[in-house]
Design a protein around this ligand. Structure first.
Ligand code: AMP
Ligand code: FES
Ligand code: ZN
Ligand code: ZN
Length: 315
């Protein structure tokens, strides 16, 4: 396979674009496309202060690398989840994020869940779920809350995450199977700020396949954590990704067109009246003040109050 730009040896073939590229041209192409998507979807500009949520994995570190090289002002945020039982997953991923920041002379904010909320994610899950179920849902709501809080309090203009097309298509697949209209209405590459505490959010990698962000990180020589979170095994999102990859193998471009057609349908008004966050019926959480659709406390404060209550009982 030959590079379309120079005829040299291609390292990647992107069948959905009928495009094969060599290392040199792929490392130019991916940042150029990122810039194109940032502009096309009005994500942010050069004057904006950007907060990149970095997990130590390939997507978020590749994203931070590209934003930095494109000349954006991007600080990082790493959230320490305390998932260290089996293989030190959180400690290792923190090390990758910190080394990247030092090497590139970038600012990394580190927030430790146990320090600010009183327990690690696995301990909190054990206390609230009593051994049943995975910690992923408390983990997800905690990460979202902390990302939002740091972005809002630090007066960042936008919070960006490394979600790629495989992540977004899998979420869309799950939401569609359940016709979860509230989630479908909120699923978007850009979410506008909600006054009173919800930061603006963007996903600049949402049109790249996972294999492309992985190839970028490898070819660019970025050191990242290869391991997945130990709790990810058996997750529904992984099953959906596998199903979509089967479809993609038979019909190159199917994943991308599934997601882009959804965006077009949304633009034409589908789900326009379904977004709970724009229905002006958000309240301020009585404990932390973040906007919430719950009547009193937000899900984060409710859950963590319950965790701390159980800690007192078991102490
Ligand atoms: P995931 O939900 O693990 O697939 O991660 C999706 C995105 O969330 C990543 O690309 C990061 O931008 C962000 N993220 C995940 N875990 C963390 C973490 N521990 N700290 C900061 N950001 C994270
Ligand atoms: Fe949160 Fe796995 S449980 S990253
Ligand atoms: Zn080339
Ligand atoms: Zn709250």
């Amino acid at each position: 396979m030959k590079c379309r730009k120079c005829g040299g040896k291609a390292v990647i073939n992107m069948r959905q674009h009928k495009l094969a590229l060599c290392k040199e041209h792929f490392l130019i192409w991916l940042p150029e496309q990122t810039q194109r998507f940032i502009e096309k979807y009005h994500m942010f500009g050069y004057q904006d202060r950007i907060l990149v949520a970095v997990s130590g994995g390939k997507d978020s570190l590749a994203l931070w690398d590209i934003l930095h090289h494109l000349g954006y002002q991007a600080d990082g945020l790493y959230i320490g989840l305390g998932i260290n039982q089996e293989n030190g997953y959180s400690l290792k991923s923190q090390e990758f994020a910190e080394k990247f920041a030092i090497k590139n002379n970038l600012k990394l904010i580190v927030v430790d869940v146990a320090e600010i909320a009183g327990a690690t994610i696995p301990d909190a899950a054990a206390l609230t779920l009593r051994g049943k179920g995975k910690p992923c849902s408390i983990c997800g709501l905690t990460k979202r809350h902390i990302m939002n809080r740091v972005a809002y309090q630090g007066q960042y203009d936008v919070l960006v995450t490394g979600h790629n097309l495989d992540d977004e298509a899998a979420a869309l697949f799950g939401n569609t199977l359940n016709w979860a209209v509230g989630y479908l209405a909120r699923q978007s590459p850009v979410l506008e700020e909600i006054t009173g505490g919800l930061a603006r959010k963007a996903k600049p990698f949402f049109r790249f396949y996972e294999r492309e962000t992985a190839a970028y990180a490898l070819l660019q020589g970025i050191d990242y954590i290869y391991q997945e979170c130990p709790h990810a095994t058996g997750a529904k999102s992984i099953y959906y990704k596998e199903q979509l990859n089967q479809l993609e193998a038979d019909r190159p471009g199917a994943k991308l067109s599934f997601y882009l057609s959804f965006l077009r349908a949304k633009e034409s008004g589908l789900f326009a009246h379904q977004d709970p966050a724009t229905q002006a019926n958000l309240n301020s959480c009585q404990t932390c003040g973040q906007p919430t659709s719950a009547p009193e406390q937000c899900a984060f404060c409710r859950t963590w109050d319950r965790v701390r209550g159980r800690q007192t009982i078991t102490a």
